[in-house]
Design a protein around this ligand. Structure first.
Ligand SMILES: Cc1ncc(COP(=O)(O)O)c(C=O)c1O
Length: 412
């Protein structure tokens, strides 16, 4: 961030019009951001909201998700994905991830029941999941496909942007994301009706027409809103951040692929499968190691070399320690805490035929990956010396430490 973001904020403050729909001198920042973001993705509608979590709620509410429905979600995600499903009274069904670290299409196929309403594909840790295959699968079974692109803003597969494969998609612009205004999110879709319903759900239960006037006649989008409208300040920052995004991604890609190219030489390191390097936003490096003991040993030695940046312990971790991204680390899911005193959604009669198993072991293929995969954050600000330091630390740990753990070949 630099003076461009500061100028954008000052421009809004000086207009004394911080609300998107009216004011003494409205700047139209949110409208402009929505236009610019939808043009960037190549999609018809964008709805800016206050967070990725709010975007998930608006998208699922627009899809009319509710009791009696099962929604397939990946074992590796962020807790908000499950929260959005549970908050609407539906049952989240956990599917395996594969070596893309996103939904395994084969696992999804095996979980479809007459109650399945849709699939949430989460493009995790910066790189896309198999959106083309999952979109085909969803269409074949009459299910919706929601893409969660919170961690993959600006990602693509062979030139098609993530967020444009399914029926609807969401983004987050929270501080850890590829572009940010601290907190914010967006819903995008090509479907006018879904857009109107999401608009209603994120606001006060009614859609809006031109000039931001509430449409009290548009019965198809009537509902109950959650008050997650975007403000002009954040939109002004996001417009600058969107212009910066290609440069941010390019920088992360450069750093990450220097590391990946070097790591390809080591037989004990398996790299995450990426469909298309050009479409990998590259904010994380995922390395799969032969077994949990070797993974821990390598991780600890890298940390001892100073490869750790964040006080929140999220920059260089073994995946199973990565908090609420992993299904078995979510206490409320483990305990099936309801959204009300009745225990909704687990106890609803509409959901009685749905199986809900969230205990560790429910997704063995994913559990295996969680236990032996190391996640390393790739900041966009690494200089050449930082990259050299990273390369040297990996080299030293993988080559010169004579440890029985490191002599294990990748046999799986
Ligand atoms: C995959 C995923 N989905 C949704 C969210 C929710 O976004 P927010 O934090 O903006 O509510 C996040 C944010 O961390 C995320 O990583």
């Amino acid at each position: 961030m630099d003076s461009e973001e500061e100028d954008a904020v000052l421009r809004v403050c000086r207009s004394r019009s911080l609300y998107r729909y009216y004011g003494v001198d409205p700047q139209g920042e949110v409208d402009a951001f929505e236009r610019e973001f939808s043009a960037f993705l190549g999609i018809r509608h964008a709805l800016a909201v206050t967070s990725g979590t709010a975007a998930l709620h608006a998208a699922l509410a627009a899809l009319r998700v509710g009791p009696g429905q099962e929604i397939i979600v990946p074992a590796y995600m962020w807790v908000s994905v499950i929260a959005a499903v549970v908050n609407l009274g539906a049952i989240p069904v956990l599917a395996e991830i594969d070596d893309t670290f996103c939904l395994d299409p084969q696992s999804v196929r095996s979980l479809i029941t007459p109650r399945t309403a849709g699939i949430v594909l989460v493009h995790m840790s910066g790189a896309p999941g198999d959106a083309p295959q999952l979109a085909t699968l969803a269409r074949k079974h009459g299910l919706f496909l929601l893409e969660d692109c919170a961690q993959c803003v600006g990602g693509s597969i062979h030139g098609q942007m993530v967020g444009t494969f399914g029926d609807i998609a969401i983004f987050s612009f929270q501080m850890n994301k590829n572009m940010t205004s601290g907190e914010a999110g967006c819903v995008v879709t090509n479907n006018e009706s879904l857009y109107r319903k999401a608009l209603s759900a994120h606001d006060c239960g009614y859609s809006r027409g031109k000039e931001g006037l509430l449409q009290l006649e548009d019965e198809r989008s009537f509902g109950w809103g959650r008050g997650s409208r975007m403000d002009e300040l954040r939109a002004a920052i996001l417009r600058v951040q969107l212009r910066r995004l290609p440069q941010v991604i390019q920088s992360m890609q450069h750093s990450k692929y220097r590391l990946r190219t070097m790591l390809e030489r080591y037989k004990q390191v398996q790299l995450r499968r990426v469909f298309d390097i050009a479409g990998d936003t590259s904010c994380f490096l995922l390395t799969i190691l032969p077994d949990p003991v070797t993974a821990r040993a390598i991780n600890e030695r890298l940390r001892a070399h100073g490869i750790v940046t964040s006080t929140a312990e999220t920059s260089n971790v073994i995946l199973e320690d990565y908090g609420l991204h992993i299904y078995f680390n979510i206490p409320a899911l483990q305990k099936k805490i309801g959204t009300d005193l009745r225990g909704t959604p687990w106890t609803l009669t509409e959901n009685r035929d749905s199986i809900h198993n969230y205990a560790r072991g429910a997704c063995p293929q994913s559990d295996d990956l969680f236990s032996r995969t190391q996640l390393l954050v790739i900041p966009s600000s690494l200089c050449n010396q930082d990259e050299e330091d990273l390369l040297a630390a990996f080299r030293e740990v993988l080559e010169t430490v004579s440890s029985p753990e490191l002599n294990v070949g990748l046999s799986r």
